[in-house]
Structures are given as C-alpha cells and as structure tokens.
Write a protein that binds this ligand. Structure first.
Ligand code: SAH
Length: 223
C-alpha cells in the first residue's frame, strides 16, 4: 500500500478499467455518458471470483460458479444504454449473479430491484455490493420470470439470462414508456431485444446476436 492507502493493484485495475471503457465499449459505439462513467467507476474485480481477478477487465464473460457467468463488459454497457436511464427511474433486473450489473444500474438511479434464483449467488451479491458501500440493496431470491409484482410498474427491466421468448409477465410490469431488454432465442444462442411500451402497445426491436446462460423458471426454460 502507498501512503494514500491506494495499492498498485488498485492503480492497475483502474488503468485496465479505463482501457476497457475506451477499447471495448466506446470503440463499439456505446456513447451514453452516464453509462460510460458508471463503467469507469465500478471496480469489476470485486465481483469476480478471487482466482479470476486477473481477467476482470478482459473482453469476455467470466465463470462465477453455480454454472453461471458475469456478462462481458460490453454487453453490460450496451444493455444499460438500451434502457435509457436519466436518473431516478425504477428498474428491475432479472438475474443478479454477482451484483455487477446492479452496481452499474445503482450508479444511474437509486431505485434498483434485482431477483436471483440461486440463493448462494443472491447472498454473495449482497456482500459484494455492501463492500462497496451501496446502502439500499433490494435483492430477492426467487423466480424472476414472474418479475417483482409488489414493486411494479418499472420504468425499465433488464434480463441478464436467455429466455425462450419475451415473458408476458415482464411486459405487464412495464410502466407507460417503459423499456425492457432481454436476450431471447434458443437455449444456446439468442438475439438481444428491446421492447418499448407506448400507448399500451409493445414495440420490439432487435439489438444484436448474443449468448447468455438460460433463464430458468415458470416463463423461461425448464431446469
Ligand atoms: N447480471 C449478473 C450476471 C447474470 S448471469 C452479473 O452482473 O453478475 C445470469 C443469472 O441469472 C444467473 O445468476 C442465474 O442464476 C440467474 N437466473 C436464471 N434464471 C433466473 C430466474 N428465473 N430468476 C432469477 N434469476 C435467474
């Protein structure tokens, strides 16, 4: 540690993080200043298992145990840009995983709710976020394909695992003008879709091909 309490590793991670934003995220067209600054601020290494920390800023997903992965940084940034947060929106995430995507969302709005199906991951995510001094951590263990009805409607919903199709249950929990981003397709390959609710109709647009772990639940895949 230096006299300022900032280790060489911290400095290296910060440099890697700034490079990640330039080379992986801005270079591929993500321009939302709020998203870029959130990606520059959140230390991704905290969310990655100890043995993989040296890969924290690689251009790839990383295994997080329980057969799950933390998404590639570019995908986190792109999905966050798609839901167009301008401050104080109420956001639902399905698939808390490590809590990294939730940390990025919490940089943009304080009102974030996240559902994770695997209890051990939900607990670890809470600890990861608490270690970074996030105060309000709304994480629930359960089947996120049903959304979080008690907290609906949401201005934005972000699903971080791949669905067979867009669950009606989630569309119904969107507020007027709300945005939903979700990978949907086969169990092994999906397309990232953005659904926008306007005048009680839903507009669907295709964003990009992608590969996510499966969304497992009542309105997702069987286990
Ligand atoms: N957003 C996470 C990565 C998510 S990986 C991060 O930033 O680290 C996908 C996650 O979705 C896994 O943790 C998996 O357990 C979870 N998942 C799968 N089906 C789910 C469901 N029906 N409800 C809630 N979580 C689910």
């Amino acid at each position: 540690m230096t006299s300022m309490g900032f280790s060489c590793t911290d400095k290296k991670n910060e440099k890697n993080r700034l490079d990640m934003v330039e080379n992986q995220i801005r270079a591929r067209g993500v321009r939302d200043p709020g998203v870029l600054s959130a990606m520059r601020r959140v230390p991704r290494e905290i969310f990655v298992p100890l043995g993989s920390r040296k890969y924290a800023y690689d251009d790839a997903p990383i295994s997080i145990g329980e057969g799950q992965t933390i998404s590639q940084p570019y995908m986190v940034a792109l999905m966050t840009e798609c839901i167009e947060l301008r401050g104080n929106e109420k956001v639902l995430e399905i698939g808390t995983g490590t809590g990294y995507q939730m940390a990025i969302l919490l940089q943009l709005t304080p009102r974030v709710y996240s559902v994770e199906r695997i209890p051990a991951l939900a607990e670890k995510a809470k600890r990861n976020l608490a270690s970074l001094s996030y105060k309000t951590i709304n994480i629930k263990t359960g089947d996120g394909t049903c959304g979080w009805p008690e907290e609906a409607p949401f201005d934005a919903i972000i699903v971080t695992s791949g669905a067979p199709s867009v669950p009606e249950s989630l569309k119904l929990q969107l507020a007027e003008g709300g945005r939903l981003v979700i990978p949907a397709g086969s169990r092994h390959n999906q397309t990232l879709y953005k659904v926008t609710k306007q005048d009680d109709c839903f507009a669907l647009s295709e964003i990009t091909p992608c590969v996510f772990v499966p969304l497992i639940g009542k309105y997702g895949w069987d286990e």
